[in-house]
Design a protein around this ligand. Structure first.
Ligand code: NAP
Length: 256
């Protein structure tokens, strides 16, 4: 597995997205993913599946320390006391003493960013959060988060796939040593039938979905978290580390 390395941490470049899976379906998908070599799992308070993920990790033969776990504070939990209390509940549901990455799920104009970031920095100090970041932040929001934090903002998790231009945000992230985590990298599955991606993939015996993931992974400081529930998709999505797109193919995909 390739990783994105910055601020002294190696984040597995491809993780498992888990929304909207819950309950047994989610536990089974995470169990299978860990078996196939995934070492990065993305969840959120909003997804109502932290407990299902905790079960899969606890029952797996993979050590907790070898899995990069991200969760996100609900937009309604960004006030100091709500953030602290809700994060404790997240830890309990995940059955873990720490998360690798805690994100603000989305900006909330009613809560000063400094207030939430101060709580997140405190949780880092206490050891229950290894790294912090944000999600769905614009450049202006990111600037405010960076200014408020005593520690690096590790990532901004945003919508990014071949039909979605994020060049300005990505340039800002690179200039400021922030990873960009691409969510909905398969455009919620629409990518799978893309003819250009399928044509490029044919050269390497790869599917359109694999080409889309490869395209993201070949971009500096980009990680991605495709969601899959079936064994077939879970296997397919992690099988993207044995080929490389040419510059011309990368450009063809950027043009989509
Ligand atoms: P996605 O990963 O782009 O697409 C998931 C869909 O694609 C599912 O229907 C899945 O089907 C299908 N799929 C997976 N692998 C495939 C393959 N190899 N070939 C064909 N189809 C395939 O969309 P997403 O779930 O919206 O995004 C991924 C993750 O990002 C979420 O699960 C969540 O963790 C995160 N996310 C974050 C935010 C945020 O605000 N921060 C917002 C949205 C999503 P099966 O399930 O049937 O396998």
């Amino acid at each position: 597995m390739e990783s994105v390395s910055l601020h002294g941490v190696n984040v597995p470049a491809l993780g498992l997205g888990t929304w909207p899976m819950t309950g047994t379906q989610c536990t089974e998908a995470v169990t299978t993913a860990l078996e196939f070599g995934y070492r990065h799992v993305d969840t959120a308070q909003m997804y109502d599946n932290e407990d299902a993920i905790g079960t899969a990790i606890a029952d797996s033969s993979v050590d907790r320390d070898d899995v990069f776990v991200t969760t996100k504070l609900l937009r309604e939990n960004l006030r100091r006391d709500d953030a602290l209390a809700s994060f404790q509940r997240s830890l309990e549901r995940l059955g873990t003493e720490y998360v690798d990455l805690l994100l603000i799920h989305a900006p909330n104009p009613d809560v000063p960013i400094d207030e939430t970031i101060a709580v997140m920095n405190r949780l880092q100090d206490e050891g229950s959060v290894r790294h912090i970041g944000v999600s769905n932040f614009s450049i202006a929001h990111l600037q405010a988060a960076v200014a408020a934090s005593e520690t690096p903002i590790l990532t901004n998790q945003v919508l990014y796939h071949p039909y979605r231009d994020q060049s300005a945000l990505l340039e800002f992230c690179r200039d400021n040593e922030i990873m960009l985590t691409a969510y909905s990298p398969l455009a919620e599955g629409q990518i799978a039938t893309d003819e250009t991606l399928a044509e490029i993939g044919a050269t390497y015996d790869k599917t359109a979905a694999q080409v889309a993931l490869r395209w993201l992974l070949q971009q500096e400081q980009v990680s991605t978290i495709p969601k899959a529930s079936s064994r077939e998709h879970l296997r397919e999505n992690i099988d993207v580390f044995d080929f490389e797109l040419t510059d011309a193919e990368m450009d063809r995909i950027f043009a989509l």
